[in-house]
Design a protein around this ligand. Structure first.
Ligand SMILES: [Zn+2]
Length: 250
């Protein structure tokens, strides 16, 4: 318990640290500085307790076209957003678990848009997990449009219709190129017992982000390129400006 308040001297001037220290001494109080709070907060973050970052609110069986999954519903307590972890098979000791962290994409995943490669990436990941016998797909709806959300993604598409690539379109709108955080995803993986992953991705930034969040990536499993005339420029931009690794994209 703490209180924050302004303390004034008898003459009405603001009490400074030396006066406050005397005041605390006289009345048996502790003084906490902003620096103390910052130090406390970062030490709490450093020894991240997954239970504090995310909360599991549901677990249910979810049969998908590819196979049977267990769906774990999680809430990110930092921003109240919702995530779902789809687990297939036995994760055993949690080491080297085949894992995909999939950024939600309504247009690609649900509507089958050909402007991106999200739909095929989702299907291929679920297929691969089932064929391998076990694994996790973490679906992150809030990562829509690399974090800018559905409507801003559509606005960025509109800018791209006039010739900008996916990076410049975001910049033209004053939006971040990529604002995705992987802290909640890492906390969920830890919570379901995953200690290291074989990560399904073509995006080296995801590997770095997960490792920074204390989930070691023991291997990267590249996905086949799902190129079509509508997404070719988008894919080459991801390769050339965001350093995605596409095998066979020319
Ligand atoms: Zn997409």
């Amino acid at each position: 318990v703490a209180a924050i308040c302004e303390i004034v001297n008898d003459d009405g001037t603001m009490a400074r640290l030396p006066e406050l220290q005397q005041f605390a001494l006289d009345h048996g109080l502790c003084i906490v500085t902003i620096e103390d709070l910052v130090r406390y907060q970062s030490s709490q973050l450093a020894q991240t307790d997954s239970a504090k970052l995310v909360q599991q609110v549901a677990m249910t069986r979810l049969p998908l076209r590819q196979g049977i999954f267990l769906a774990y519903g999680y809430r990110d307590l930092s921003d109240d957003s919702e995530l779902i972890a789809l687990v297939h098979g036995d994760l055993e000791d949690g080491n080297n678990v085949l894992t995909r962290i999939h950024s939600g994409c309504l247009t690609g995943d649900v509507l089958g848009s050909l402007r991106c490669d999200c739909g095929p990436q989702l299907d291929q990941s679920l297929d691969l997990i089932v064929r391998s016998g076990a694994g996790v797909l973490l679906y992150v709806p809030d990562h829509e449009g690399r974090g800018i959300g559905l409507l801003d993604k559509l606005r960025a598409y509109q800018v791209q219709d006039y010739g900008c690539d996916t990076v410049d379109a975001n910049l033209a709108l004053g939006l971040p190129v990529d604002s995705r955080s992987y802290a909640a995803a890492a906390a969920i993986l830890a919570d379901i017992g995953v200690t290291s992953v074989r990560l399904i991705t073509n995006n080296p930034a995801k590997r770095t982000a997960l490792e920074e969040a204390a989930i070691p990536v023991t291997d990267v499993v590249h996905q086949p390129v799902a190129a079509n005339p509508s997404n070719l420029r988008y894919l080459t931009t991801k390769r050339d400006r965001m350093f995605h690794e596409f095998v066979g994209l020319t």
